[in-house]
Design a protein around this ligand. Sequence first.
Ligand SMILES: *Cc1c(COP(=O)(O)O)cnc(C)c1O
Length: 342
Amino acid sequence: MIDLYSDTRTQPSHGMRRFMAEAEVGDEQADLDPTVTALCERVADLLGKEKAVYLPSGTMCNEIAYRVHCRPGDEIILDRTAHGIIAEAGGPAALALAMLYPLDGVRGQFGPAQVQSAIRSGSRYEPRSRLISIEQTSNWGGGSIWPLDTIRAIGDVAHANRLSMHMDGARLMNAVIGSGIAASDYAEPFDSLWLDFSKGLGAPVGAVLAGSADFIHEAWRLKQQMGGAMRQAGIIAAACLYALDHHVDRLGQDHENAKHLASGLAALDGISLDPSLIETNIVFFDLEPHTPSAPSVAAQLLDKGVRIGAMGERRMRAVTHLDIDRDAIDFAIKAMADVLRT
Ligand SMILES: *Cc1c(COP(=O)(O)O)cnc(C)c1O
Protein backbone atom coordinates (compact mmCIF):
# COMPACT_ATOMS: atom_id res chain seq x y z
CA MET A 1 0.00 0.00 0.00
CA ILE A 2 1.32 3.41 -1.01
CA ASP A 3 -0.26 5.49 1.73
CA LEU A 4 -0.38 9.18 0.83
CA TYR A 5 -3.34 9.85 3.10
CA SER A 6 -1.22 11.67 5.68
CA ASP A 7 2.28 12.01 7.07
CA THR A 8 0.86 10.43 10.24
CA ARG A 9 1.02 7.06 8.45
CA THR A 10 4.75 6.51 8.94
CA GLN A 11 6.04 3.36 10.65
CA PRO A 12 8.84 3.67 13.23
CA SER A 13 12.04 2.56 11.51
CA HIS A 14 14.26 -0.25 12.77
CA GLY A 15 16.82 2.28 14.04
CA MET A 16 14.13 4.27 15.83
CA ARG A 17 12.72 1.15 17.50
CA ARG A 18 16.16 0.09 18.71
CA PHE A 19 16.86 3.56 20.10
CA MET A 20 13.49 3.49 21.90
CA ALA A 21 14.18 0.05 23.38
CA GLU A 22 17.47 1.24 24.85
CA ALA A 23 16.18 4.55 26.28
CA GLU A 24 16.91 5.43 29.88
CA VAL A 25 13.57 6.02 31.61
CA GLY A 26 12.01 7.16 34.90
CA ASP A 27 8.80 8.61 36.33
CA GLU A 28 7.97 11.43 33.94
CA GLN A 29 5.23 12.79 36.18
CA ALA A 30 7.88 13.49 38.85
CA ASP A 31 10.37 14.99 36.33
CA LEU A 32 12.51 11.84 36.74
CA ASP A 33 12.62 10.62 33.15
CA PRO A 34 16.01 11.63 31.74
CA THR A 35 15.00 11.00 28.13
CA VAL A 36 11.89 13.20 28.38
CA THR A 37 13.94 15.87 30.13
CA ALA A 38 16.55 15.75 27.37
CA LEU A 39 13.86 16.03 24.69
CA CYS A 40 12.21 19.03 26.36
CA GLU A 41 15.54 20.81 26.80
CA ARG A 42 16.47 20.12 23.22
CA VAL A 43 13.19 21.45 21.82
CA ALA A 44 13.23 24.53 24.08
CA ASP A 45 16.74 25.21 22.80
CA LEU A 46 15.80 24.63 19.16
CA LEU A 47 12.90 27.08 19.49
CA GLY A 48 14.74 29.64 21.63
CA LYS A 49 12.29 29.35 24.54
CA GLU A 50 12.92 28.90 28.28
CA LYS A 51 11.07 25.66 28.84
CA ALA A 52 9.09 22.91 27.16
CA VAL A 53 6.70 20.13 28.14
CA TYR A 54 6.19 16.74 26.50
CA LEU A 55 2.57 15.95 25.60
CA PRO A 56 0.81 12.99 23.97
CA SER A 57 -0.43 14.93 20.92
CA GLY A 58 -0.41 18.16 19.02
CA THR A 59 -4.10 18.59 19.77
CA MET A 60 -3.33 18.61 23.49
CA CYS A 61 -0.62 21.23 22.87
CA ASN A 62 -3.15 23.53 21.18
CA GLU A 63 -5.81 22.95 23.79
CA ILE A 64 -3.52 23.45 26.78
CA ALA A 65 -1.98 26.56 25.23
CA TYR A 66 -5.42 28.02 24.50
CA ARG A 67 -6.44 27.39 28.11
CA VAL A 68 -3.31 28.98 29.53
CA HIS A 69 -3.69 32.08 27.36
CA CYS A 70 -7.47 32.60 27.63
CA ARG A 71 -9.96 33.31 30.35
CA PRO A 72 -13.56 32.13 29.68
CA GLY A 73 -15.12 34.24 26.93
CA ASP A 74 -11.80 35.49 25.54
CA GLU A 75 -11.37 35.39 21.78
CA ILE A 76 -8.77 33.64 19.62
CA ILE A 77 -8.10 35.01 16.13
CA LEU A 78 -7.17 32.29 13.64
CA ASP A 79 -7.66 31.14 10.05
CA ARG A 80 -11.01 29.56 9.17
CA THR A 81 -9.22 26.34 8.17
CA ALA A 82 -7.25 26.06 11.44
CA HIS A 83 -6.94 22.63 13.02
CA GLY A 84 -8.49 23.97 16.23
CA ILE A 85 -11.64 24.85 14.28
CA ILE A 86 -12.01 21.83 12.03
CA ALA A 87 -10.36 18.91 13.82
CA GLU A 88 -10.25 19.25 17.61
CA ALA A 89 -13.83 18.19 18.37
CA GLY A 90 -14.76 21.64 19.65
CA GLY A 91 -11.90 21.63 22.14
CA PRO A 92 -11.39 25.41 22.20
CA ALA A 93 -15.04 25.78 23.30
CA ALA A 94 -15.14 22.75 25.58
CA LEU A 95 -11.74 23.11 27.25
CA ALA A 96 -10.55 26.71 26.90
CA LEU A 97 -14.09 28.20 26.96
CA ALA A 98 -12.83 30.51 24.22
CA MET A 99 -14.59 32.34 21.42
CA LEU A 100 -13.03 31.85 17.99
CA TYR A 101 -12.72 34.63 15.41
CA PRO A 102 -12.11 32.94 12.04
CA LEU A 103 -10.35 34.94 9.33
CA ASP A 104 -10.58 34.17 5.62
CA GLY A 105 -6.96 33.71 4.72
CA VAL A 106 -5.35 32.81 1.40
CA ARG A 107 -3.98 29.26 1.50
CA GLY A 108 -4.40 29.29 5.27
CA GLN A 109 -2.61 32.60 5.79
CA PHE A 110 -3.97 35.99 6.83
CA GLY A 111 -2.20 39.33 7.09
CA PRO A 112 -1.62 42.00 9.73
CA ALA A 113 -4.41 44.27 8.42
CA GLN A 114 -6.95 41.44 8.80
CA VAL A 115 -5.76 40.87 12.35
CA GLN A 116 -5.94 44.59 13.14
CA SER A 117 -9.54 44.81 11.96
CA ALA A 118 -10.50 41.68 13.94
CA ILE A 119 -9.29 43.05 17.26
CA ARG A 120 -12.20 44.10 19.50
CA SER A 121 -12.57 47.61 20.85
CA GLY A 122 -12.41 46.76 24.54
CA SER A 123 -16.09 47.64 24.99
CA ARG A 124 -17.83 45.63 27.69
CA TYR A 125 -20.29 44.33 25.07
CA GLU A 126 -17.63 42.48 23.11
CA PRO A 127 -15.49 39.47 23.84
CA ARG A 128 -11.92 40.30 24.75
CA SER A 129 -9.38 39.66 21.96
CA ARG A 130 -6.66 37.63 23.61
CA LEU A 131 -4.65 35.42 21.26
CA ILE A 132 -3.57 35.06 17.64
CA SER A 133 -2.97 31.50 16.49
CA ILE A 134 -1.28 30.48 13.25
CA GLU A 135 -0.35 27.16 11.66
CA GLN A 136 3.17 26.77 10.30
CA THR A 137 2.88 25.19 7.76
CA SER A 138 -0.81 25.58 7.01
CA ASN A 139 -2.30 22.11 6.55
CA TRP A 140 -5.50 23.06 4.69
CA GLY A 141 -3.55 25.81 2.98
CA GLY A 142 -1.68 23.04 1.16
CA GLY A 143 1.45 23.00 3.32
CA SER A 144 2.04 26.70 2.64
CA ILE A 145 4.91 28.36 4.53
CA TRP A 146 4.08 31.58 6.37
CA PRO A 147 6.69 34.17 5.35
CA LEU A 148 8.74 35.43 8.29
CA ASP A 149 7.88 39.05 7.40
CA THR A 150 4.15 38.33 7.70
CA ILE A 151 4.64 36.61 11.04
CA ARG A 152 6.68 39.53 12.36
CA ALA A 153 4.15 42.09 11.15
CA ILE A 154 1.34 40.15 12.85
CA GLY A 155 3.48 39.91 15.99
CA ASP A 156 3.82 43.72 15.96
CA VAL A 157 0.03 44.13 15.78
CA ALA A 158 -0.42 41.55 18.56
CA HIS A 159 2.06 43.16 20.88
CA ALA A 160 0.81 46.71 20.23
CA ASN A 161 -2.62 45.46 21.34
CA ARG A 162 -1.34 43.27 24.18
CA LEU A 163 -2.45 40.04 22.55
CA SER A 164 -0.41 36.84 22.79
CA MET A 165 0.85 34.77 19.87
CA HIS A 166 0.57 30.98 19.53
CA MET A 167 2.00 28.80 16.76
CA ASP A 168 0.58 25.40 15.87
CA GLY A 169 3.92 24.07 14.63
CA ALA A 170 2.70 20.60 13.66
CA ARG A 171 4.91 20.98 10.56
CA LEU A 172 7.24 23.79 11.60
CA MET A 173 10.28 21.70 10.65
CA ASN A 174 8.88 21.35 7.11
CA ALA A 175 8.79 25.16 6.98
CA VAL A 176 12.37 25.31 8.31
CA ILE A 177 13.69 22.88 5.70
CA GLY A 178 11.55 24.39 2.93
CA SER A 179 12.67 27.97 3.58
CA GLY A 180 16.12 27.65 5.17
CA ILE A 181 14.94 29.91 8.02
CA ALA A 182 15.84 28.73 11.55
CA ALA A 183 13.10 27.41 13.82
CA SER A 184 14.10 29.94 16.49
CA ASP A 185 13.65 32.80 14.01
CA TYR A 186 10.12 31.67 13.22
CA ALA A 187 9.49 31.13 16.94
CA GLU A 188 10.72 34.52 18.13
CA PRO A 189 7.41 36.49 17.96
CA PHE A 190 5.46 33.68 19.67
CA ASP A 191 4.60 33.27 23.35
CA SER A 192 3.93 29.58 22.83
CA LEU A 193 4.50 27.04 20.08
CA TRP A 194 4.91 23.34 19.58
CA LEU A 195 6.33 20.67 17.30
CA ASP A 196 4.54 17.46 16.38
CA PHE A 197 6.72 14.35 16.22
CA SER A 198 4.04 12.03 14.84
CA LYS A 199 3.75 13.83 11.48
CA GLY A 200 6.61 14.10 9.02
CA LEU A 201 9.21 13.53 11.72
CA GLY A 202 8.07 9.91 11.83
CA ALA A 203 7.78 9.14 15.56
CA PRO A 204 4.84 7.00 16.71
CA VAL A 205 3.55 9.51 19.27
CA GLY A 206 4.28 12.82 20.96
CA ALA A 207 4.51 16.58 20.67
CA VAL A 208 6.46 19.20 22.61
CA LEU A 209 5.01 22.58 23.67
CA ALA A 210 7.45 25.40 24.45
CA GLY A 211 7.26 28.87 26.00
CA SER A 212 8.38 30.91 28.99
CA ALA A 213 9.03 29.19 32.33
CA ASP A 214 5.76 30.66 33.69
CA PHE A 215 3.79 29.50 30.67
CA ILE A 216 5.15 25.95 30.93
CA HIS A 217 4.49 25.87 34.67
CA GLU A 218 0.80 26.53 33.94
CA ALA A 219 0.79 24.13 30.99
CA TRP A 220 2.15 21.38 33.27
CA ARG A 221 -0.71 21.91 35.76
CA LEU A 222 -3.22 21.43 32.92
CA LYS A 223 -1.33 18.38 31.62
CA GLN A 224 -1.70 16.87 35.09
CA GLN A 225 -5.36 17.91 35.29
CA MET A 226 -6.23 16.35 31.92
CA GLY A 227 -4.47 13.12 32.75
CA GLY A 228 -1.66 13.70 30.30
CA ALA A 229 1.15 13.17 32.80
CA MET A 230 2.97 9.90 32.14
CA ARG A 231 5.36 7.42 33.79
CA GLN A 232 8.30 5.84 31.88
CA ALA A 233 7.55 8.01 28.86
CA GLY A 234 11.20 8.06 27.80
CA ILE A 235 10.39 4.95 25.74
CA ILE A 236 8.31 7.10 23.38
CA ALA A 237 10.21 10.37 23.87
CA ALA A 238 13.32 8.55 22.61
CA ALA A 239 11.64 8.27 19.21
CA CYS A 240 11.34 12.06 19.13
CA LEU A 241 15.03 12.53 19.94
CA TYR A 242 15.87 10.02 17.23
CA ALA A 243 13.66 11.94 14.81
CA LEU A 244 15.48 15.21 15.55
CA ASP A 245 18.78 13.51 14.74
CA HIS A 246 17.70 11.53 11.67
CA HIS A 247 14.45 12.81 10.19
CA VAL A 248 14.73 16.58 9.93
CA ASP A 249 17.18 17.14 7.09
CA ARG A 250 15.52 14.46 5.01
CA LEU A 251 12.21 16.40 4.95
CA GLY A 252 13.60 18.04 1.81
CA GLN A 253 13.14 14.70 0.01
CA ASP A 254 9.44 14.73 0.95
CA HIS A 255 9.15 18.22 -0.52
CA GLU A 256 10.85 17.12 -3.75
CA ASN A 257 8.54 14.11 -3.94
CA ALA A 258 5.50 16.32 -3.37
CA LYS A 259 6.59 18.61 -6.23
CA HIS A 260 7.18 15.59 -8.46
CA LEU A 261 3.74 14.22 -7.59
CA ALA A 262 2.11 17.61 -8.23
CA SER A 263 3.74 17.95 -11.67
CA GLY A 264 2.71 14.43 -12.61
CA LEU A 265 -0.89 14.91 -11.47
CA ALA A 266 -1.19 18.37 -13.04
CA ALA A 267 -0.33 16.88 -16.42
CA LEU A 268 -3.34 14.52 -16.25
CA ASP A 269 -6.62 15.40 -17.94
CA GLY A 270 -9.25 15.98 -15.25
CA ILE A 271 -7.02 17.36 -12.50
CA SER A 272 -6.81 21.00 -11.57
CA LEU A 273 -3.59 21.75 -9.76
CA ASP A 274 -0.87 24.42 -9.87
CA PRO A 275 2.42 22.65 -9.03
CA SER A 276 4.20 25.96 -8.51
CA LEU A 277 2.22 26.40 -5.27
CA ILE A 278 3.69 23.27 -3.66
CA GLU A 279 6.17 24.41 -0.99
CA THR A 280 6.39 21.41 1.36
CA ASN A 281 4.87 17.92 1.61
CA ILE A 282 1.13 18.51 1.11
CA VAL A 283 -0.57 18.39 -2.30
CA PHE A 284 -4.22 19.44 -2.52
CA PHE A 285 -5.91 19.23 -5.91
CA ASP A 286 -9.36 19.37 -7.45
CA LEU A 287 -11.07 16.98 -9.82
CA GLU A 288 -12.72 18.64 -12.79
CA PRO A 289 -16.48 18.19 -13.31
CA HIS A 290 -16.19 15.51 -16.02
CA THR A 291 -14.35 13.08 -13.73
CA PRO A 292 -15.86 10.79 -11.08
CA SER A 293 -16.22 12.27 -7.57
CA ALA A 294 -13.30 12.40 -5.14
CA PRO A 295 -14.66 9.57 -2.92
CA SER A 296 -15.09 7.39 -6.02
CA VAL A 297 -11.57 8.17 -7.32
CA ALA A 298 -10.18 7.47 -3.83
CA ALA A 299 -11.93 4.07 -3.77
CA GLN A 300 -10.62 3.15 -7.24
CA LEU A 301 -7.08 4.20 -6.27
CA LEU A 302 -7.33 2.02 -3.18
CA ASP A 303 -8.04 -0.99 -5.42
CA LYS A 304 -4.76 -0.21 -7.17
CA GLY A 305 -2.85 0.00 -3.89
CA VAL A 306 -2.72 3.79 -3.51
CA ARG A 307 -4.40 5.75 -0.72
CA ILE A 308 -5.14 9.44 -1.35
CA GLY A 309 -7.66 11.30 0.81
CA ALA A 310 -10.99 12.57 -0.51
CA MET A 311 -11.45 15.91 1.28
CA GLY A 312 -14.82 16.79 -0.25
CA GLU A 313 -16.80 15.97 -3.39
CA ARG A 314 -14.07 17.23 -5.74
CA ARG A 315 -11.09 17.89 -3.50
CA MET A 316 -8.28 15.44 -2.74
CA ARG A 317 -5.15 15.58 -0.62
CA ALA A 318 -1.90 13.63 -0.89
CA VAL A 319 0.87 13.95 1.70
CA THR A 320 4.43 12.71 1.24
CA HIS A 321 6.51 11.30 4.10
CA LEU A 322 9.48 9.12 4.95
CA ASP A 323 7.89 5.84 3.87
CA ILE A 324 7.25 7.21 0.35
CA ASP A 325 10.04 7.18 -2.22
CA ARG A 326 10.24 8.40 -5.81
CA ASP A 327 9.11 5.04 -7.23
CA ALA A 328 6.02 5.15 -5.03
CA ILE A 329 5.20 8.60 -6.40
CA ASP A 330 5.57 7.39 -10.00
CA PHE A 331 3.34 4.42 -9.18
CA ALA A 332 0.71 6.74 -7.68
CA ILE A 333 0.73 9.06 -10.73
CA LYS A 334 0.28 6.08 -13.03
CA ALA A 335 -2.56 4.71 -10.88
CA MET A 336 -4.31 8.08 -11.03
CA ALA A 337 -3.84 8.21 -14.80
CA ASP A 338 -5.43 4.74 -15.08
CA VAL A 339 -8.38 5.70 -12.89
CA LEU A 340 -9.07 8.91 -14.84
CA ARG A 341 -8.77 7.15 -18.21
CA THR A 342 -11.53 4.63 -17.44
C1 LIG B 1 -2.06 16.95 12.99
C2 LIG B 1 -2.25 18.37 13.31
C3 LIG B 1 -2.57 18.79 14.60
C4 LIG B 1 -2.86 17.84 15.72
O1 LIG B 1 -1.80 17.02 16.04
P1 LIG B 1 -2.07 15.55 16.65
O2 LIG B 1 -0.72 15.13 17.10
O3 LIG B 1 -2.66 14.73 15.55
O4 LIG B 1 -3.04 15.72 17.79
C5 LIG B 1 -2.69 20.14 14.84
N1 LIG B 1 -2.48 21.04 13.87
C6 LIG B 1 -2.16 20.68 12.62
C7 LIG B 1 -1.91 21.73 11.59
C8 LIG B 1 -2.04 19.34 12.29
O5 LIG B 1 -1.77 18.99 11.02
